[in-house]
Design a protein around this ligand. Structure first.
Ligand code: ZN
Length: 64
């Protein structure tokens, strides 16, 4: 069985050169992170915390 140094990336299935590849078995750091779920919505997006309306902001100037 002949073994070459190319293996398909588990994420995008592109040939991955293993030798000297710190992200193996993925083709890139991005694919590695995506597969780990680091890019999923919950963990990647910053949870926005919209300010609640603090009462009403009427301009109470006593208009006559
Ligand atoms: Zn990939």
């Amino acid at each position: 069985m002949q073994i070459n140094n190319l293996n398909p990336c588990p994420k995008c299935h592109k040939p991955v050169l293993w030798q000297g590849n710190s992200s193996r078995p993925f083709c890139s750091e991005r694919c590695r992170l995506e597969d780990l779920g680091a890019w999923s919505d919950e963990s990647y997006r910053v949870a926005e915390n919209p300010l609640e309306e603090e009462g009403s902001s009427w301009t109470d100037e006593g208009v006559t």
